[in-house]
Design a protein around this ligand. Structure first.
Ligand code: WQD
Length: 339
């Protein structure tokens, strides 16, 4: 049974990936510093799969603690690295927190990969690396642009750290560039747990529908798009989790053509903010109170993936619809409010 370390495995995407890994027979060890996740997520994972993964609380910024952990876990077949700070706005206010956390954590992990000959790592990247794209849909060959936030810059720098480390060692890596993850596992046992006021669109929508927020503010409808609101590629988090399992199997079966590979992980379809609102209303029967306000600084007009490479090379394709994702997000919101 292959043993996989999942850092940040109690987070939103991490927990869904742990479920997918355990359902495919992998043994999973989760480390998380619990700065943006609850230990209770272990209960949800066990409720779905019947197994609670091995868990250790670990601060990846603590170099000696990371070294100690790897001395205790010499039998790892791979790592999926989610643990990172990921709020765009916070990164602008507190860049050093982002550079220290997101860069030091990866460097310490990679140093231990080399020392303990751990052969494979999958990195959680983001379409943010593309900035405002010149062409749509975006392919992996699109130029990585000047980052629009320290958060996005840490993802770009992390990919360069990985590329250089793989070139200088036997390590094989795959970077998955996520578009916009939404939704929750159909069981409503795990889902997105935004801390404070949600920054992202869908959790703000579900909290508005639950009456926690008075209304949704649409950040601008004067963009050069059909209905004036921004376009994104919203992918069901369960489809995204599956992409990690497929990428891991590619590495374990040594099918990679290069030491460092990059894949866009999206649906290939762009949806505007207004279209997401309409889809939510249609799916749930709830009329969502919203008001248009000023544009949000840093937003790009339109971003959606060309998924040809992931479809053809990785052999993965998103299967779930926007409606299914929004219905699962709403079911999760109702579940956490009834707790
Ligand atoms: C989507 C659209 C907003 C909230 C970010 C990060 C990305 C990833 C996902 C970490 C935009 C609009 C939003 C609201 C709104 N995070 N919106 N009202 O900005 O595309 O991506 O989160 O990995 O890296 O960049 O996602 O959900 O914040 O915004 O109108 O209350 O919804 O303007 O057009 P974004 P988002």
């Amino acid at each position: 049974m292959k043993k996989i370390l999942v850092t940040g495995g109690l987070g939103y995407i991490g927990s869904h990936t742990v479920v997918a890994l355990q359902e495919r027979g992998f043994k999973v060890v989760v480390v998380d510093n619990l700065s943006n996740a609850s230990i209770d997520v272990l209960v949800g994972i066990e409720a779905i799969t019947g197994t609670a993964p091995e868990f250790e609380r670990l601060e990846l910024r603590d170099k000696s603690a990371v070294a100690d952990f790897f001395r205790e876990h010499q039998d790892l077949d791979g790592i999926i690295h989610f643990a990172a700070s990921k709020a765009v706005g916070e990164s602008v206010e507190n860049p050093l927190l982002y550079y220290e956390n997101n860069l030091h954590s990866l460097v310490y992990l990679l140093q231990n990969c080399i020392e303990h000959q751990i052969p494979n790592i999958i990195f959680s990247s983001s379409c943010t690396v593309y900035g405002e794209p010149d062409q749509l849909p975006i392919t992996e060959q699109a130029p990585v642009k000047q980052a629009t936030s320290p958060y996005g810059n840490t993802k770009q720098i992390n990919e360069e750290i990985l590329r250089d480390t793989c070139a200088a060692s036997k390590l094989q890596a795959i970077s998955l560039r996520y578009f916009n993850p939404i939704g929750a596992h159909k069981s409503a046992q795990i889902g997105e747990l935004p801390v404070g006021v949600p920054q992202n669109l869908v959790p703000f929508i579900t909290q508005t529908a639950a009456g926690i927020r008075e209304k949704l503010w649409v950040f601008g409808n004067d963009y050069p798009t059909a209905d004036g609101s921004c376009i994104r590629d919203y992918i069901h988090v369960v489809d995204l989790a599956e992409a990690h399992v497929v990428a891991l199997q590619r590495l374990l079966q040594q099918q990679s053509e290069e030491a460092f590979e990059v894949f866009n992980v999206g649906t290939g379809k762009g949806s505007s903010v207004v279209e997401v609102i309409q889809a939510f209303e249609k799916t749930t029967g709830i009329t969502l109170p919203y008001e248009v306000t000023d544009r949000r600084q840093g937003d790009v007009v339109s971003v959606y993936a060309d998924t040809t490479k992931a479809n053809n090379v990785l052999g993965w394709k998103a299967k779930k619809s926007m409606e299914e994702a929004l219905a699962s997000a709403w079911k999760w919101e109702q579940q956490i409010r009834n707790q």
